[in-house]
Design a protein. Structure first.
Length: 276
């Protein structure tokens, strides 16, 4: 039952994380990142997603510190970049992220893209997890064959797979694989880089509920039990993206959105390891 922005989902290790969070990709440090995180926390968001690549961890940390929200109430996610993969380099990257964010631990640390070094990287994540430096570990952009290879060598299975997921790219077989292996799915680019407004079917559903196409896209993912991190640097949009708990999509509307899948990616192919 989806009730409000405080709703959580349980990971395989029993840790709970908010179903809705704030994405911060391309939220520039020194302005947008700080303002968006400040606004999100004021609106009740408690999950913030960042990465080493984004270059905004220090700004996010400063906004969190200034907010007065206790660290224990937050769910903070970061990721190492491709050139930080490997055992020792991942451990070092993790420490740098902690320092920039101004925190002593992370709630979730993710492998940003599948690479040749991912198995060594995963051993580093397992060590961080065993030491209690991170509460949960997972991956991004891993397809079934990447997950199969990782599960074959992992002592601790990934708890999350964060990948591109929106009405035009649904990857049902990947979602089913994750579900069958106890891996929670998390969606990036849920608003299709802003192009949800161009989809007439979403507009029609939105009009029926007096909502926006973006709100329909977020609600659809939440009803699929997919964790969702829409990104915006505008306070009004950040509030709008969270105003999705006072309506529900019907079975017919869910089916309509499912029919929109065209396998269209806005981001890189995962087999290219994050490279265009």
């Amino acid at each position: 039952m989806l009730t409000d922005i405080t709703d959580t989902i349980e990971l395989a290790n029993g840790v709970t994380m908010p179903r809705l969070g704030l994405g911060t990709y391309k939220s520039a440090e020194g302005g947008d990142a700080e303002r968006s995180v400040t606004a999100a926390l004021e609106f009740g968001y408690r999950s913030i997603d960042t990465a080493s690549l984004y270059g905004n961890e220090a700004g996010i940390g400063a906004a969190i510190a200034a907010s007065g929200v206790p660290r224990s109430e937050l769910f903070l996610t970061s990721k190492m970049w491709n050139d930080e993969q490997g055992f020792d380099t991942t451990l070092s990257a993790f420490e740098r992220s902690l320092a920039r964010l101004g925190t002593s631990y992370l709630d979730l640390y993710l492998v940003h893209w599948p690479r040749e070094q991912t198995h060594d990287t995963w051993r580093a994540l397992e060590r961080l997890y065993a030491e209690g430096a991170v509460r949960a570990i997972g991956v991004c952009n891993h397809l079934e064959h990447h997950l199969e290879a990782l599960l074959a060598v992992a002592d601790v299975p990934p708890m999350i797979d964060q990948y591109e997921f929106h009405p035009w790219l649904q990857q049902p077989s990947l979602r089913a694989y994750c579900q069958s292996h106890g891996i929670v799915v998390e969606a990036w680019a849920p608003l299709m880089k802003g192009r949800v407004a161009e989809v007439p079917e979403l507009a029609a559903i939105a009009a029926a509920h007096d909502k926006t196409p973006a709100q329909v896209a977020v609600r659809w993912l939440l009803q699929l039990d997919v964790v969702t991190i829409p990104k915006s640097v505008h306070a009004g949009r950040i509030a709008e993206n969270a105003d999705v708990f006072d309506f529900a999509l019907t079975g017919a509307e869910m089916a309509t959105i499912a029919s929109l899948d065209r396998g269209y990616r806005f981001g890189p192919e995962p087999d290219r390891g994050g490279e265009r």
